[in-house]
Design a protein around this ligand. Structure first.
Ligand SMILES: Nc1ncnc2c1ncn2[C@@H]1O[C@H](COP(=O)(O)OP(=O)(O)OP(=O)(O)O)[C@@H](O)[C@H]1O
Ligand SMILES: [Mg+2]
Length: 234
């Protein structure tokens, strides 16, 4: 899916305490493009992902996904968009501790498919965790937990994947492995990816690198030769 943001503003609060988290964002993210978003803390990165994922609304401007205006969707269509078209991966995995790996994935798969259990098992094996399905999150390493979270995001085969610091809690080797997984799977499924990170080195794997500062896009660079994530160094 293609994401188009036109003159998008997001303001939190009112009057003298108002904060413009995003200012006049213009962005086209074509289908299948892998974009890395960099920027200091508070620059609006998470806010931008939340708007694209229809978790939050713009204050001004419009966001279109494949030509349809997110603000024009009724409540049901909006929920369907979030559920079927968007996969989220977060810094702190956000797994449900009382459910096993396969149940965490299945919980999402069940929402949209009758064959949830089978699909959950298949996608866990796609992220290399076929033999960990019945472990609880507390019995898994950080990298394994993040792979479960990625499996959960991917089980719906969403055309849009939004990742907020997905390697923030992981060591170098594990982080690189997770990025390699995201790169491979998003290419296979031609997903449009927005990946937020503080780590500028990760930009080398992306088709495009955006830099935010104080809610504005201050740099937008295309990368003709993205490197395999497995070759990243930082
Ligand atoms: N719900 C909210 N209410 C009020 N202000 C908010 C809210 N969410 C974000 N902000 C403000 O908007 C700005 C952008 O926040 P955002 O979370 O998008 O930053 P970020 O780039 O993701 O930062 P970090 O790297 O620390 O995660 C910040 O100034 C923040 O304080
Ligand atoms: Mg953030």
């Amino acid at each position: 899916m293609t994401i188009k943001m036109t003159e998008v503003w997001k303001t939190f609060g009112e009057g003298h305490t108002a904060v413009d988290a995003l200012r006049d964002i213009e962005l086209i993210g074509p289908q299948g493009e892998f974009t890395v978003i960099l920027g200091p803390s508070g620059s609006g990165k998470t806010t931008l992902l939340n708007l694209v994922g229809a978790i939050d609304d713009t204050s001004r401007g419009r966001i279109e996904v494949n030509g349809s205006d997110l603000a024009a969707l009724d409540v049901d269509a909006r929920t369907r968009f979030r559920r079927e078209s968007v996969g989220f991966v977060f810094q702190f995995f956000n797994l449900i501790p009382t459910l096993t790996a396969v149940e965490n994935v299945e919980l999402v798969a069940d929402l949209t498919h009758d064959d949830g259990a089978e699909r959950a098992a298949a996608v866990l094996s796609e992220v290399g965790l076929a033999d960990r399905g019945h472990h609880f999150p507390s019995q898994l390493s950080g990298g394994e937990q993040q792979r479960v979270a990625i499996a959960r995001a991917l089980v719906k085969q969403p055309p849009i994947l939004l990742c907020d610091e997905p390697t923030g809690e992981l060591d170098f080797e594990t982080g690189r492995m997770i990025l390699g997984l995201l790169q491979r799977i998003s290419r296979e499924h031609s997903q449009t990816v927005l990946l937020v990170t503080h780590n500028a080195a990760i930009g080398a794997m992306a088709d495009r690198v955006l830099r935010l500062r104080s809610g504005e896009i201050v740099e937008d660079v295309r990368n003709e030769n993205p490197i395999p994530a497995t070759e990243l160094v930082w």
